[in-house]
Write a protein that binds this ligand. Structure first.
Ligand code: ZN
Length: 146
């Protein structure tokens, strides 16, 4: 048994939306191979999605406000990090990597992290490419006390 008191973990989640086009294509594959790997998502010309990005924060409560972070401040940080650069754009022009949901989750995680106060961490970032295709990136676990 640990003598360290267990502190409740408190989380806060914000969800934003944007619309963007993309095309899944690996520069290491030819067109036929890309179509085999990515299916319709590799078709020339690209296609669009109504993306949703959900960010869950974890951190210490501000004893004065009883909040992790102000709602407006949090929303604006996520919009600045993700919506501003991506909305009504072709994601293949915005990021230099293949625009899979996996990569977008990882990239958006880094972009949002840069906009947050340093004492807060992202526990999870979800990218909803469609209601059924959901991708997640996770932050590292906080250090544990023996
Ligand atoms: Zn797609």
């Amino acid at each position: 048994m640990s003598a360290t008191p267990l502190l409740p973990r408190v989380q806060l989640t914000q969800r934003v939306r944007f619309e963007a086009a993309h095309r899944l294509v690996s520069p290491r594959l030819d067109l036929e191979q890309n179509l085999q790997v990515y299916g319709k998502c590799a078709r020339p010309g690209g296609h669009g999605h109504n993306y949703e990005v959900e960010v869950t924060l974890r951190g210490p409560l501000d004893p004065t406000t009883g909040m992790l972070m102000g709602r407006k401040e949090f929303r604006e940080a996520v919009e600045r990090a993700v919506v501003e650069p991506c909305d009504h754009r072709n994601l293949n022009d915005v990021v230099s990597e293949i625009t899979t949901g996996e990569n977008l989750a990882r990239i958006f995680f880094e972009w949002v992290a840069r906009e947050l106060p340093p004492h807060l961490e992202i526990m999870r970032l979800r990218v909803y490419e469609t209601p059924r295709n959901v991708f997640e990136a996770y932050g590292g676990d906080p250090p544990t006390t023996p």
